[in-house]
Design a protein around this ligand. Sequence first.
Ligand SMILES: Nc1ncnc2c1ncn2[C@@H]1O[C@H](COP(=O)(O)OP(=O)(O)OP(=O)(O)O)[C@@H](O)[C@H]1O
Length: 232
Amino acid sequence: MSSVYGEEASQYGDDHGSGAHEEKIFVAVRLRPLNEKEITNNDVSDWECINNTTILYKNTLSERSLFPTACVYDRVFGYECSTRQVYEEAAKGVALSVLSGINSSIFAYGQTSSGKTYTMSGITEYTLADIYDHIAKNDEREFTLKFSAMEIYNEIVRDLLTPDDTPLRLLDDPERGTVVEKLTEVTLKDWNHLKELLSVCEAQRKIGETALNEVSSRSHQILRLVSASVTR
Ligand SMILES: Nc1ncnc2c1ncn2[C@@H]1O[C@H](COP(=O)(O)OP(=O)(O)OP(=O)(O)O)[C@@H](O)[C@H]1O
């Protein structure tokens, strides 16, 4: 997500690594519950959250160390945690810093079927709902939101808002950094317009099956939102 000329006080800027003057990364881990197949196979999870920041790797494989390994992150979420909770406690501060003029990115990393798409879809929806809520409550300002979406698949960048499959070129701009040439940017009319565009992206994505995930995305999707606001 990125933001341009936001003039507001840093209402969302202090949480989770979005401070204006320091670069900071907030790392959260989410465990997904075992799926039906794993339960049927009597699989057990090797991972357990023992508090809000520590995850235990239980090393059930006999050739490995007998002692569990503890890993500490900024926040960890166990099987029982909802996407709403993950959003509120790990992503919201970062996502909404766009409203204070601060650029931020949220990305999910993990092996196939670990729950990246599941988590990020919820985070996208909650973020946009909060942004529209903020806009409604601040009618003394006029907001413009611009949305673009791309996919990296087999090292090719494609625009997800057009049926045109032509690969997009990445250019290095000395001032703006990496720029995706000819990427479609749509000015959002409202929340429903955004939902339509998200459906277009979903339909355009390359879906391929993996052994672990029957609807694996097999590609990286990047959604970009640029927010600008001026006093009316
Ligand atoms: N926290 C969760 N609670 C319930 N179901 C979940 C959770 N996380 C993931 N799932 C389910 O697990 C399956 C795999 O999740 P998902 O498609 O998000 O994985 P992924 O990491 O995006 O995989 P890939 O990299 O292959 O695209 C899906 O059916 C999803 O609904």
